[in-house]
Design a protein around this ligand. Structure first.
Ligand code: NAP
Length: 253
């Protein structure tokens, strides 16, 4: 198959590309590093549609780091709109999108763009598959890097069930190989974790400095982070690699 991976240089995108190539697929990477700007809707030679010539399925794992709902909606609206229009023009028969468990039940700014992305995919007219996954194991490092206040690393109190990005990548390639399936079961990791413990374990494994303190975030999103809204419910699928195993494999060797 010929599979295009939007965001194929990112945390999960790299795995999607590796797994698809290892299974013998012809992979086209859509990212700015590869001359494709999905916000502008342009490819290396101008229009986006010719980049999708002969493509059987597009896997969309593009993202932008933002805590603004407006910026998130602008990004995911533009990327999804341009991808779907180019897929129509090029005759692509399958759009596979990755979203986040609980995204429509937790009022987080970034999630506003993900909810819009999901709606556009469902209404877009290209046969689709939508997978929601939990936070990746890499999430703890991202949180650690974001929230330093002087000597303190401030970590929101949050319950997660993190999953290996590799296993999400494998699932996305499975889905691209199959027929469009609509919304498929959520994918989470093997067990629940407290994100503050994950960040402490990350800091210990990498000898990162700073005193790590948990913060109860007020408001509806803070509650959703703590109360299990973001962990998968009954009927979900579960990856096998625990956060601890991933940490050891990644940082301890
Ligand atoms: N991170 C998590 O814990 C998590 C959990 C569940 C679901 N998800 C979802 O998984 C998806 C991928 O997340 P991620 O953390 O792997 O993302 P990421 O590491 O931030 O990667 C983002 C990707 O998007 C590409 N990109 C950004 N702006 C672009 C543009 N204007 N045009 C073309 N490509 C662009 C980047 O490539 P260039 O810089 O080369 O353009 C990169 O390949 C997102 O939809 C996210 O919501 C993430």
């Amino acid at each position: 198959m010929r599979i295009a991976v939007a965001g194929g240089t990112g945390v999960v995108g790299r795995h999607v590309v590796e797994v698809a190539r290892a299974r013998g697929h012809d992979v086209v990477v859509l990212s700015r590093a590869h001359g494709v700007d999905l916000v502008a809707g342009t490819g290396p030679d101008g229009p986006l549609a010719p980049v999708l010539d002969g493509v059987d399925a597009v896997v969309d794992v593009a993202s932008t780091p933002t805590v603004s709902a407006k910026a998130s909606r602008a990004f995911f609206g533009a990327v999804t709109g341009h991808l779907l229009a180019a897929e129509h023009a090029a005759g692509v028969a399958h759009h596979v999108a990755l979203s986040i468990v609980g995204v429509d039940r937790a009022p987080h700014a970034y999630y506003a763009g993900k909810v819009l992305q999901e709606q556009l995919v469902v209404d877009g007219g290209v046969p689709w598959t939508l997978l929601r996954a939990t936070q990746f194991h890499e999430f703890a490092a991202q949180v650690h890097g974001q929230t330093r206040v002087g000597p303190l690393v401030v970590v929101p109190r949050m319950t997660s069930q993190p999953v290996a990005a590799r296993e999400v990548g494998e699932r996305l390639v499975d889905l691209a190989e199959e027929d469009p399936a609509g919304r498929v079961p959520d994918l989470g990791g093997p067990r629940e974790e407290q994100v503050v413990d994950m960040v402490r374990a990350y800091a210990a494994a990498t000898r990162a400095r700073g005193r790590i303190v948990g913060l109860r975030v007020p408001g509806a999103y803070g509650r959703a982070m703590r109360d299990g809204t973001l962990v998968p419910g009954p009927g979900a699928d579960h990856g096998v690699q625990t956060y601890d195993a991933w940490l050891r494999a990644t940082y301890v060797g």
